[in-house]
Design a protein around this ligand. Structure first.
Ligand code: MSP
Length: 585
């Protein structure tokens, strides 16, 4: 069968004009305050986006936002102590405003540099949803039907028999039984109602065609899971509205106010809102395709079905290309259990950012989190990693290089190819030679390696590679003992002609300079992961703002005629990252 994808309109032509790069996070439910798992989704997207900017992309979109409609949010707003127990749109919106602001404040605090924050209660978004619905309807993909089944409010989805189990509990009035989701453990409610249906079942072949490219869903594990979901399961049609007397806090179906649009259709359309797909023509359904499709959508594994089945089908139904790629990440657990409000085990990201600094927290999440497996959160682990890596390996090296006793002139000394050759081949000290060679080898290959890892969104591997180079730099520094050289030179200052002074000067100058060059390159490469710390480091080394792009990381300062000495910008030596003192120690 020829796929519908091949017939879709292609909005731009490679090579003719530079197109927008578009990356998104899911939009976050406002039924509870943000937790560290939410920040993780956003930090991944931010790091991927910053890497794109470093490599020269412009006019790009990084969208995030909040998912504010539906029963789950409505119920949460009524439980909120400041709101009344009966439903009123104003109280519900007040509640949404409050929680949505918590998300945007957290993201700002943690340097999540989004270009758009879509709220599903925004007027512009409601207009998009209306047009999207009309488009689906005009194309014949929506019909009137009815639905009977178990609805899980927490997941905002109808569940199949295979996704349900019966749980019995003994109470004062005898044994009670209820149906719960096998995946999340949340209760499901029996529901029978009229609603509009979307012809999802007709998209099976198109979905498999979209997934023929193995790179669409990453990591490969989730690509496989999604393919099996589509192949194995009989893909029924999707209920895309619910009676508005049941779902009051929602966008009404255009032309039928007795029905509310299903929250997932509403939520998924946020990506169209951010890309301004329906903004061009207020009066008709013409689409602006300049920003379409998204290049990379970040999602957690729990929402793969919605993004990997419903979303591309809905897009194809209106003639839009599905996303180019999706990165599916796993979850943060606490003692092996997924972090979630209902389980009462959430870790508050505001507290963590205060305790460990926003960059410290980003560093931990991106270094410890791997997309294919869950990561267990523990304060002990955070402290150990941050102290060993950001404080001792990274920060301490900068401090040592810039300290007054070994660097009284406060400069980033000169370095050229002859210096490098001499450092690597001088016959005087084997350990010094070995450490210089090991450092150079790892440093020279770092930019290309890191670029590959960033392109695959493997931030943990970027950090591993950078830390490897920094450890080599520390070994090189130790082996060359620049503090001894500085001491000897201080002693010699009155008799500067003394024999051997130039050798000692060479050791001091080249040790400092090569170490600082390593710091400069590591600082450039770490910008997407720890933007504030990298800026402090690059400012200290006096690296000009227009020399902080990705291409600057592979231009080693000793090449092409070498570099002359330049002053550091630092006035005093406050540590790049302060060691964290454990409570009670
Ligand atoms: N509102 C929907 C998404 C709609 S997108 C069109 C939603 N919201 S959510 O707030 O529940 O989750 C948002 C993101 O946070 C998801 O990617 C989810 O996987 C992620 N996380 C929620 N808990 C998490 C952890 N414990 N660990 C890591 N990420 C977690 O789903």
């Amino acid at each position: 069968m020829r796929s519908r994808i091949s017939k879709l309109h292609v909005p731009y032509f490679y090579g003719i004009f530079v197109r927008t790069y578009y990356i998104s996070t899911p939009i976050f439910y406002v039924n509870a305050s943000p937790h560290v798992g939410h920040l993780y989704s956003a930090a991944i997207a931010d790091a991927a986006f910053r890497f794109q900017l470093l490599t020269g992309s412009k006019n790009d979109i990084f969208s995030t936002g909040t998912d504010e409609h539906g029963l789950k949010v409505e119920r949460a707003s009524r439980k909120n102590e400041n709101s009344q127990t009966t439903f009123t749109p104003k109280d519900t919106l007040d509640y949404c405003n409050k929680i949505s602001t918590e998300f945007s404040s957290l993201f700002k605090k943690c340097s999540i540099d989004f270009s758009d924050f879509v709220r599903t209660t925004d007027t512009r978004h409601k207009l998009t949803v209306n047009k999207f619905w009309q488009n689906l309807k005009n194309n014949g993909h929506i019909y009137e039907g009815s639905y009977k089944g178990w609805y899980c409010v927490s997941e905002e989805a109808f569940l199949k028999d295979s996704q349900l189990k019966e749980v019995k509990s003994e109470g004062s009035s005898g044994v009670k039984s209820k149906m719960v989701s096998t995946e999340s453990g949340h209760t499901a409610e029996w529901t029978e109602e009229k609603n509009y249906m979307f012809r999802l079942s007709s998209f099976k072949d198109d979905l498999l065609h979209w997934l023929r490219d193995e790179r669409v869903v990453q990591p490969a594990k989730f690509h496989q899971i999604l393919k099996s979901m589509i192949e194995d399961v009989s893909l029924g049609d999707l209920s895309v509205s619910r009676p508005s007397d049941r779902i009051r806090w929602a966008i009404p179906v255009p032309g039928d106010a007795s029905q509310s649009i299903y929250v997932w259709v509403d939520a998924l359309a946020n990506y169209l809102t951010a890309a301004k797909v329906y903004d061009e023509s207020p009066e008709n359904l013409e689409m602006n395709l300049n920003n379409w499709p998204p290049d990379l959508q970040i999602i957690g594994k729990d929402i793969l079905k919605f993004h990997g089945i419903y979303w591309p089908s809905l897009l194809m139904a209106v003639g839009l290309e599905p996303p180019r790629s999706m990165l599916v990440h796993s979850h943060w657990t606490v003692d092996g259990v997924k972090m979630s409000k209902s389980l009462g085990n959430v870790v508050n990201p505001f507290d963590l950012a205060d305790q460990y600094t926003p960059d410290g927290l980003r560093y931990f999440l991106l270094r410890e989190g791997v997309a294919h497996s869950d990561g267990n959160y523990s304060d002990e682990k955070v402290i150990t990693i941050l102290n060993a890596e950001l404080a001792d390996t990274f920060g301490n090296l900068l401090n040592r290089c810039t300290g007054s006793s070994i660097n009284p002139k406060k400069e980033f000394p000169s370095l050229d190819q002859t210096d490098i050759d001499n450092l690597c081949s001088c016959s005087c000290n084997q350990i010094q030679n070995e450490t210089a060679n090991a450092l150079l080898e790892s440093l020279l290959s770092l930019p290309d390696k890191a670029k590959t890892y960033y392109s695959h969104n493997e931030f943990n591997r970027v950090v591993d590679a950078v830390m490897g180079v920094l450890r080599n730099t520390n070994r090189f520094f130790e082996a060359h003992r620049p503090w001894d050289a500085a001491k000897q030179l201080r002693k010699m200052s009155s008799t500067s002609k003394e024999e051997g002074a130039s050798d000692i000067q060479f050791v001091l100058r080249t040790t400092l300079s090569l170490s600082m060059e390593s710091l400069r390159i590591c600082g450039l490469i770490m910008q997407p992961i720890i933007p504030k710390l990298s800026t402090t480091l690059l400012d200290t080394l006096n690296v000009p703002n227009n020399k902080r792009m990705w291409s600057d990381a592979s231009q080693f300062c000793w090449q092409g005629g070498g570099k002359s000495a330049n002053p550091l910008a630092m006035s005093q030596g406050s540590p790049l990252f302060k060691r964290i003192i454990r409570d009670g120690s």
